[in-house]
Write a protein that binds this ligand. Structure first.
Ligand SMILES: *Cc1c(COP(=O)(O)O)cnc(C)c1O
Ligand code: SF4
Length: 333
């Protein structure tokens, strides 16, 4: 993963990030689980390394090998099994580049791959094989994506994605956001991030000020899969954004052994709402190589969704969607 130069580790969150777990054996010992990391786990970790901040590891249940938070991040042997239909680029990212690190699939909005770095490595990530090295746009003060966007007045919303855009420093984000604000046709800025969830300390005062003072209409789409990820600490970290009126949404991925249970999904929506976040999407897993063991088939996904509708007010039911390459939008199931 190609992060930023390490010379700027000044902020608390950056120090916390640097201290995160990167070794599966060390994490298992920390969680009171036998260190039975076999060769295959090491192989899985070699292909896509383990990475998790201590804050998030502390939300896992001690001594529970089936913990739903642990399952999201622990490299396992099943990842090495090749399953037909599970490929490196399941959502067709590579065919929709418009240059400068920008991907466009849908009308009016484009997604900027800002960096390959993430605070946590999610085993089901659909970009786990993405060739960030060739497309990350961070270099030269964002000149390349800004040039592309200045010639595209039809694009009114930019989505910062990655990797995780909030793994960039505030300084680097400010340069990018300033540049985007200078494009007169641009109206909305959306940030897709899992960082507030796995490292709430990332929500610095500088960042919050930057977002709330922008001339663009800013929204934050977080990524939470399980209700235990929604903590008091997260609520505190998001409260200033809520006060500033920044719209906060959540997207989850439907994951076997993590959240494929209507009670878990209902509790997730309710806890999110408690901290000012509305459910947006519940994604059917993208068939990315190495993640087949997380798959919930479409019929079960629909049944779970119906059961969720029967439990919650409509505004707490996320849209169940799949990303099908070539479609004009995410496809409802
Ligand atoms: C998912 C996605 C979006 C966002 O879609 P919305 O329906 O607007 O949330 C935008 N661009 C790309 C390339 C995407 O994959
Ligand atoms: S934080 Fe997002 S981009 Fe990073 S590994 Fe997890 S799912 Fe993938």
């Amino acid at each position: 993963m190609n992060g930023e130069p390490l010379v700027l580790i000044a902020e608390t969150w950056q120090r916390e990030l640097a201290k995160g777990f990167r070794d599966p054996g060390e994490l298992l010992v920390y969680l009171g689980l036998a260190d039975d990391v076999r060769d295959q786990t090491h192989q899985a970790a070699a292909a896509f390394p383990l990475r998790v901040p201590r804050y998030f590891a502390d939300l896992m249940r001690h001594g529970d090998p089936a913990d739903p938070l642990l399952r999201q991040i622990l490299p396992v042997a099943e990842e090495l099994v090749s399953v037909p239909g599970y490929v490196a680029d399941p959502v067709g990212d590579l065919g929709v580049s418009i240059g400068g690190g920008l991907l466009q699939k849908y009308a009016g909005r484009a997604l900027l791959v800002t960096t390959g770095a993430c605070a946590v490595h999610c085993r089901y990530c659909f970009r786990r094989h993405y060739p960030y090295g060739t497309d990350a746009a961070i270099r030269h003060r964002w000149k390349a994506p800004l040039e592309v966007l200045s010639g595209r007045p039809d694009i009114v919303e930019v989505i910062l994605s990655g990797g995780d855009p909030l793994s960039l420093s505030d300084e680097n984000l400010r340069a990018l956001i300033n540049g985007l604000e200078g494009l007169p046709h641009l109206r909305r800025l959306r940030i897709h991030s899992r960082l507030p969830i796995v490292l709430p300390a990332r929500m610095t005062r500088d960042l919050i000020e930057m977002l709330s003072r922008s001339r663009l209409v800013v929204s934050l789409v977080v990524h939470v899969n399980h209700p235990r990820e929604v903590t008091l600490r997260l609520g505190e970290a998001l409260a200033p954004l809520r006060r500033e009126g920044i719209v906060m949404l959540n997207q989850s991925v439907l994951l076997a052994g993590v959240n494929d249970d209507p009670q878990v999904l209902a509790k997730l929506s309710e806890r999110l709402f408690d901290v000012g976040v509305l459910p947006y999407y519940l994604h059917q897993l993208d068939p990315v190589a190495g993640a087949a063991h997380f798959q919930v088939d479409d019929d079960r996904a629909r049944a779970l969704y119906e059961s969720l509708r029967a439990r919650l007010p409509g505004y707490l039911v996320p849209r169940l969607v799949a990303d099908r390459p070539g479609s004009a939008a995410k496809v409802p199931l």
